[in-house]
Design a protein around this ligand. Sequence first.
Ligand code: ADP
Ligand code: MG
Length: 373
Amino acid sequence: MSIVDSPNSPHNAVASSATPSAMVRLIGITKRFPARRDGKAIEALSGIDLEVQAGSVLGVIGRSGAGKSTLIRLVNGLETPSSGQLIVDGVDVARLSERKLRDVRRNIGMVFQHFNLLSSRTVFDNIALPLEISGAPKHSIREQVERLIALVGLEDKRDRYPAELSGGQKQRVGIARALATNPKVLLSDEATSALDPETTQSILSLLSTINRELGVTILLITHEMSVIRAIAQDMAVLDGGRIVEQGNVFDVFTRPQHPTTRAFLAAETGRALPPFVASHLHHEPAPGFETVVRIIFRGPFATHPILSQISRELGIDVNILGGTIDAIGERPFGVMIVGIPGTPDIVAKVIEFLTTRDLDTEVLGYVASRDLV
Ligand SMILES: Nc1ncnc2c1ncn2[C@@H]1O[C@H](COP(=O)(O)OP(=O)(O)O)[C@@H](O)[C@H]1O
Ligand SMILES: [Mg+2]
């Protein structure tokens, strides 16, 4: 069987009454690690509910120590949950024998931050390894590995050793190896974190191709919003072992609810305050100050009419301090930062005006009008 021209055969699947379209499902998963010398047990994950829809890409973002690797190691069967249920492709993994678990694992490919290649094996032999382990016949190994080498664009590196490859090329080998057994699910733990931005983009677009053209479901872990945005349709924010926010990527980017999500988004284009505003920002209002507000426009829009409407209908002139138009996938959105002069009730009127037109606003602080000239 080859990964390119045959769909994944359903194996080991049992009927799952709930949400048949979920390829990976975590229900109330908690993971505790036993106490170490200092005597404190660690709860790395607490009550995780998460679904990765079949054929989709879900990105999980979190800071260092949030529990990302633990989450992915659970899905991979490298850790077992302390409580909760894990269902992969309709199979309740926790109830499986070791032998059945091996079948499930074969259905899951894994890509690592530091590639984890064997330095004594060539590109070809690294990719062939999982097939050798599974006892596949030699001719079918050869055929499959050649196909995968072409898929990841390494035809000219076939007989090279890892030490002769760039980081991006090593990761291509890692991806090809992860796909060797035709998995339905690909797990990626910070696969682009050791790569420069340009190489990161090329690896993400390879993963996208694999998702679209081979229908492989991807669960990807990262600490960068830009990675999520480039590849995922759905996302979850992990903080201290809990999911604090999840949803469609466009919604989370344009309507973040949790402070951790907002902190991750702060560096995204258009959201950061222009330096001339940031350096004069106060936390409390005062006479002669303008209220600095971020406005998010979702979908097609025109910024100018809204601001001139405010001027015309409310008689308030709002100052534009910054802004960008951006898109996630095909969906445009805009971020504008404005200064609203006047008393708190004038500001409240403007915010109400914007809110009733379905625009999201966030007060960022206050700045003296004289500091803006
Ligand atoms: N095998 C382990 N034994 C004990 N504690 C662990 C183990 N693996 C992870 N942890 C702890 O669990 C928490 C989450 O770790 P991890 O999942 O690696 O986070 P991340 O990948 O988001 O940086 C951390 O506090 C970490 O120290
Ligand atoms: Mg980690």
